[in-house]
Design a binder for this molecule. Sequence first.
Ligand code: SF4
Length: 265
Amino acid sequence: MSGNPNEIKLVNNAMSNATRRKIMNFLSAGDKSTEEIGEEVGKTMLDFHLKLLQQASLIEIEEGTVKLSEYGKNFLKEKEDKSADKNADLSQAKPIEITEVRQLLPCIADSSKFRVIANMAPPLVGTLKVLEPLFPRGRYSDKIGALIIQKGEVITTIYGTGKVTLTMIKSESEAKEALEKLRSTINEAIAKGVAPAPREKIRVEPMEIYKYLPQTNCGKCGEQSCYTFAIKLMSGEVSLDKCIPLKEPEYAINLEQLQVLSAYV
Ligand code: SF4
C-alpha cells in the first residue's frame, strides 16, 4: 500500500463497516480460521467482508486461515497511537510550580540578552504534548521530548524532565514574569481543560540557525561556510549531526538550542 488516493479509498471503505472493524480487532489477537471468525462476528456475508479487507491489503487469506498483513498491523497500531494521543488528558496532572530559576547566563546568540534555566515540578512528562494547542506558537517535538513555545524572539522550551529554558530574555524580571505567566496558563488548563488558541505559523530564518553554529567555517560538514550549512539545514538537505564541532562539549548548549530551532524547520 503506497497511500495513493485509490488505495486509501479501499481502506476507508473496508474500515467503514462495524463487522469488518470487528474482524480486524479479532485478528489483532492472532491468526484465525474463517470458522472462528464466523463464530465471532456472524456468518452473514462473511466472504464479502473478508474480500473487502483483502482487497484493501489489510488481511491475507491462505488455505482457510486469515491473518493481518503487515500493512494491516501497522494500520491498527497507528490508529491505536492516534487514539491514545487524543485520549491523553490532564485529568491525572497536578498543578505545577516553577520552583527555582537555576541559572541566568548570557545568551549565546546575543550576549546582551539572557538564557534562563528553571525547574518545573512535578514534571509534565507525557501530558506536555496535550498542552501544545494552548500556545499560538507552540510545537511539541517528539525528537527532544519537549514543548517549544515562541513568543516574539523569546523561545521557551519545556522538557518532559521538568527543565525549562528561556532564551533571548532581557532581564531577570522579564524571566520571572514569563515563568509566572507560563505557570498560570498551565495550571488553568489543568483545572479547566485545554482551550486551544488560534494557531500562528512560525518561520525560523537561516540567520537564527547561524547564530548558534560554531561560525568557524571549518568545512568539516562539507559546506563552504556555516551560513551555507544553516541554509541547507533549513531546506532539509543536511542534518545537524553533519556539523562535527557541535559534538564538542563547549557547544553543548548551542546544540540543544539548534535542536529546538530545528523542530520548526
Ligand atoms: S562543520 Fe559546523 S562549524 Fe564547520 S563549517 Fe560546517 S557548520 Fe560550520
